[in-house]
Design a protein around this ligand. Structure first.
Ligand code: GDP
Length: 195
């Protein structure tokens, strides 16, 4: 999709604040600093619309980006940031769980995993959670420009080996620098929102 119009409709912390126009939603989840803002900016062809970190773990809101008057990309605050208090983490957990498990508009979830490393315990927990709730998942291996091409197959097979529900149809290698993987991510989003 070539994106012309984007608008941050709302930063929500509770269901009453979610948009109510019925557009399909695709959520993006991943640990802090994994490259989530950069993926969103790449998808919407903007340099810095979604905030890129600097202050990882700061954004504790669900940010609904309306794209082309037809759908929302929902930026879910990153997990695994050490400096967040236990109380904050619990609050985060409740907000995310409510959104991911009770939102009829949610058509799929993009789960970001740093391609330079094996999926972490938290990455796997998130994937298992999404799978348990039968949410369609696309796993995206980020920052692949930092991995030599000769290792790309290995990165993918290591990630796929860790779960029994990921396969080459729902795993994409991505770089916000080279833009590789961008079209595959949009293809998947388009499929999900048309269902
Ligand atoms: P977020 O916290 O998940 O939103 O992560 P950001 O998008 O803010 O990215 C975290 C850091 O990783 C920033 O310094 C980005 O410039 C860098 N980064 C993000 N995506 C890529 C990528 O595809 N390639 C490279 N080389 N760096 C990236």
């Amino acid at each position: 999709m070539k994106v012309h119009n984007v608008e941050l409709t709302i930063s929500a912390v509770k269901p009453e604040q979610y948009p109510n126009n019925g557009f399909p939603e695709i959520a993006l989840v991943g640990r802090s600093n994994v490259g989530k803002s950069s993926l969103i900016n790449t998808l919407i062809d903007r340099r810095s619309y979604a905030r890129t970190s600097g202050q990882p773990g700061k954004t504790q809101t669900l940010n609904f980006y309306k794209v082309e008057e037809k759908m929302y990309l929902v930026d879910v605050p990153g997990y695994g940031y050490a400096k967040v208090s236990k109380k904050e983490r619990e609050k985060w957990g409740r907000m995310i769980e409510t959104y991911l498990t009770q939102r009829p508009n949610l058509k799929g979830v993009i789960s970001l995993i740093d391609a330079r490393h094996e999926p972490t315990e938290l990455d796997l927990q998130m994937l298992e959670f999404l799978h348990y709730y039968q949410l369609p998942v696309l796993a995206v291996g980020t920052k692949i420009d930092k991995v030599p091409r000769s290792k790309w197959n290995k990165v993918a097979s290591n990630a796929l080996r860790k779960t029994d529900f990921l396969n080459s149809d729902n795993y994409v290698l991505f770089s916000a620098v080279s833009k590789i993987g961008k079209d595959s991510v949009w293809d998947w989003i388009d499929q999900m929102i048309e269902k």
